[in-house]
Design a protein around this ligand. Structure first.
Ligand code: BGC
Length: 817
């Protein structure tokens, strides 16, 4: 695809010094969003302040309302309206869309700052969720840049969601009668359903006296008006409405006088409170506001808010100091040091639940997804990763099978989706091994963890790992390869589904696997990779018999792949229900797939026989394109009943020959293990956001600072167009790939294994790595080599081998390739 001027138009740029992406035009090709919050209270915020907030679970505790797929796009959010004479405007341009004299949105680490200027008034809003607080701060700074005094009218606006985001969108016969609010001073409380089973409410406060308010949406907006022209704002006159049912909202009205040059801050706080059952009310019908008052008091001045903001910055300084690289290539350094790690934290927190492509009601935490996300996050806050492993394992079944998803609020397996995805169990090994290598904490293996959250079923976490491996071995098919079940990593390869009913889901409809011969080469490769890890772990903890047993299984699987999983030039993808080949030169379409090339090369199956090199070459030849590596080729041009959802997509999109970024790193790691640094780098750079940023902002569409799940492939109508940004396993895999395989600093049980794989052009670089109780300053001299460490000097002394043994304290490491 040739690049035209339109594609080269820029909407923003990186500011590495402040760890920000600076958006300078509000009309981005798609809303470019950020995430606020770290543990419990979260918000999504777009570059025009659209989005919403929730507590822990985007489905069950939605605090503010958001309508997906709206017209115009991204309509609804936290809005500030300024009325200056007859002009009404918003600092973030939307929803009024009054042309601004200046606009800027800075998305940073856990905060967003949006600044607008109109008629010599500047309004800057800093949005963030303070550490350990259940609330979103919105610090509004108004400045008079003119020579005249200004009389301004400021209206805030939030729309409450009736808690369950799913029923909020459908059960109107009830919803329109349940809404309840309370107003006390400058605080508007949302207490719908608090009178019955809920023990939580929300509030919206501002730290100044208000001159009015509204809490009924239609009264504030007007039944035939829009967010762009709310009646109360246009007339400059709040109604002091009290919502009873219908749609409760929260709007403060503040009259502001600013002398020339004068500046004033207003701290708005959107908060969430839970009360004990017997402490819910302070008087009949009157909610107990004690905790709300305390939360408000902790953030009611500019100084307190600035302090909380400084704490958030320090928190990120700390997190981002654990792994820091200096290569001299800004595009690489900013992804490794800032954005990739940041995206890993976000995916760890959210899994695939809430983004501008995930509605927050559809999916909870994925079993496989969360284990993979963990690998991108474990170096940041290991104790949270530890808890996550236990939560995930608790949803496993005694036979090693797993719920495919669980809800973050209840931590219970999700019955709507069920289980039967036969790759799921292996990922538990992947996540747990990464945790132990990072921390050296073997005690996690002794934790007692239930099955399916049933008290009394507890066994050690190690036992969970064992049944995970056994689940694969107990479900082998005719070629002694793993049976696929509902699907493997590729949720859309549904070989036992046979659905012709458009009203049923390919993934959750009855699993007709009885008598199935459907086997997966992806799971085979995954089993060999995680099986080797499991063997090494068993040896570490003295379980030698178990190590031997599993080594035999790994060897047998390797042989089975070589015998029945090789197609001559690449690895097959699967066998279908009837035992027919998938991903073979014998097929009409989809002759080759990426997943098995990735996993079987990572497993180094048949490396001596030349299979790995051939597979990697075939991947380049048939799957690679300008924007990355597509999932399969040729794309399916028609629906194949026997294969399920995969062929339901038009050519070049999603699992049908899209560039599913998540799996590109598998091939890159395969390249690294094979020592092909030039190829590894060229695949990596193609999907590295900072490279896409420069090339095609308009074509790519979605945020240029994070990876997206899918980029349209070469067969698509618009190759290079990105979709499903933010919540994707790509984040963790990009991190794992660059930190451990390209830059080559790999945590291991005994220390840090150093084994980079670089392009020939790589220059000397330095990685500062905090590892357990130690700080390593590692300088690598590639000397034009792609792979192979010749010598490592630790604190001035040459060492044997490639593992720098762990010892607390500060160390320098000098690596010559
Ligand atoms: C899911 C993953 C899955 C991938 C490929 C994603 O949307 O979250 O679990 O592996 O799609 O189908």
């Amino acid at each position: 695809m040739t690049i035209n001027m339109e594609q080269q138009k820029r909407y923003g740029h990186f500011d590495d010094q402040h760890r920000e992406y600076v958006i300078t035009d509000p009309q981005t090709p798609w809303p470019w969003i950020n995430y606020l919050g770290n543990e419990d209270f979260f918000s999504l915020i777009s570059n025009t302040a659209g989005g919403y907030s929730f507590y822990k679970d985007a489905k069950f505790r939605r605090i503010t309302r958001y309508r997906y797929n709206n017209v115009p796009m991204d309509n609804g959010g936290r809005y500030f309206y300024l009325k200056d004479g007859d002009t009404v405007w918003n600092p973030g341009w939307k929803p009024c869309k009054t042309p601004l004299d200046f606009y800027e949105c800075r998305h940073g680490m856990g905060y967003t700052r949006i600044t607008g200027r109109k008629n010599q008034v500047e309004a800057s809003v800093l949005f963030f969720v303070p550490l350990k607080k259940w609330g979103e701060v919105q610090k509004v700074t108004l400045k008079n840049l003119s020579q005249e005094p200004k009389q301004l009218k400021l209206f805030s606006f939030e729309e409450w969601c009736l808690w369950n985001a799913a029923t909020d969108m459908e059960n109107f016969q009830r919803n329109f009668s349940t809404g309840e609010v309370e107003i006390e001073g400058s605080t508007i409380y949302h207490k719908t359903e608090y009178r019955e089973r809920r023990n939580h409410y929300a509030f919206y406060h501002v730290n100044t006296e208000i001159q009015g308010y509204d809490t009924d949406r239609e009264t504030f907006v007007g039944l035939y008006n829009e967010f762009a022209d709310p009646q109360a704002v246009i007339e400059g006159r709040p109604r002091n409405s009290h919502a009873h049912g219908w749609s409760p909202v929260a709007s403060h009205y503040i009259e502001v006088t600013l002398q020339p040059g004068e500046q004033k801050d207003f701290v708005f706080l959107l908060g969430y409170i839970e009360n004990a059952q017997d402490e819910k009310f302070e008087a009949p019908q009157v909610i107990n506001k004690k905790k709300a008052h305390a939360l408000i008091a902790s953030l009611d001045t500019t100084e307190k808010v600035d302090q909380a903001f400084a704490e958030l910055s320090a928190y990120w300084d700390d997190l981002l100091s654990i792994y820091k690289v200096k290569t001299g290539n800004d595009k690489l350094d900013r992804m490794v040091n800032i954005w990739n790690q940041y995206q890993c934290m976000v995916t760890f927190n959210f899994s695939r639940s809430a983004s501008f492509f995930e509605s927050g009601v559809g999916r909870g935490m994925g079993f496989r997804d969360s284990n993979q996300d963990l690998v991108g996050f474990v170096h940041q806050i290991p104790p949270r990763a530890r808890q996550r492993i236990i939560d995930i394992a608790s949803t496993q079944f005694p036979d090693g099978g797993c719920y495919h998803q669980y809800q973050p609020l209840t931590k219970r397996g999700n019955n709507d989706i069920g289980g039967g995805f036969n790759d799921d169990p292996c990922w538990l090994i992947f996540g747990t091994v990464a945790y132990i290598k990072e921390t050296g904490d073997f005690s996690i293996l002794d934790e007692m963890v239930p099955f399916d959250n049933q008290p009394g079923t507890e066994v050690t976490l190690f036992e969970h790992l064992k049944v995970s491996m056994d689940h694969v071995l107990n479900n082998l098919g005719p070629h002694k390869l793993p049976l696929i079940g509902r699907a493997d990593w590729n949720d859309c390869l549904n070989l036992n589904c046979f659905s012709m009913d458009p009203n049923e889901s390919f993934q959750t409809t009855e699993n007709k696997s009885e008598g199935s011969k459907a086997e997966s080469l992806m799971i085979a490769g995954l089993f060999v990779v995680t099986g080797k890890d499991y063997v090494a772990l068993c040896k570490q903890i003295g379980k030698d018999d178990e190590a031997r047993r599993m080594q035999q299984a790994v060897d047998a699987m390797t042989e089975a792949v070589k015998k029945d999983g090789w197609d001559g030039e690449w690895y097959l993808r699967a066998y279908d229900f009837f035992g027919g080949k998938i991903g073979s030169k014998e097929c009409d379409e989809a002759k080759i797939f990426i997943e098995s090339q990735g996993w079987c090369t990572m497993a180094e199956i048949g490396a001596e026989e030349g299979m790995v090199a051939k597979s990697l070459d075939a991947t380049k030849k048939y799957l690679e394109c300008e924007h990355g590596i597509v999932l399969n080729n040729p794309a399916f041009s028609k629906f194949v009943y026997e294969y399920g959802e995969i062929s339901s997509y038009p050519e070049g999109y999603k699992e049908n020959a899209g560039i599913f970024c998540h799996n590109n790193p598998w091939v890159i790691i395969g390249e690294c293990l094979a020592g092909r640094g030039n190829d590894a780098w060229s695949h990596y750079a193609k999907i590295l956001p900072s490279y896409v940023e420069e090339k095609y902002q308009t074509l790519h569409k979605v945020e240029p600072y994070v990876n997206c799940q899918m980029v349209a492939g070469k067969d698509a109508a618009r190759p290079g167009e990105g979709k499903n940004s933010w919540l994707t396993g790509t984040a963790a895999w990009m991190w794992y790939t660059v930190s451990e395989f390209i830059l080559g600093i790999k945590p291991d049980y005994e220390g840090l294994r150093i084994d980079p794989c670089l392009p020939e052009t790589a220059k000397d670089y330095t990685v500062s790595r905090k590892f357990r109780e130690a700080d390593y300053e590692i300088t690598v001299h590639p000397n034009g080599h792609q792979k192979g460490v010749r010598q490592i000097v630790l604190d001035g002394q040459p060492i044997e081998g490639s593992v720098v043994p762990y010892a607390p304290g500060k160390h320098t490491v000098d690596v010559t390739m």
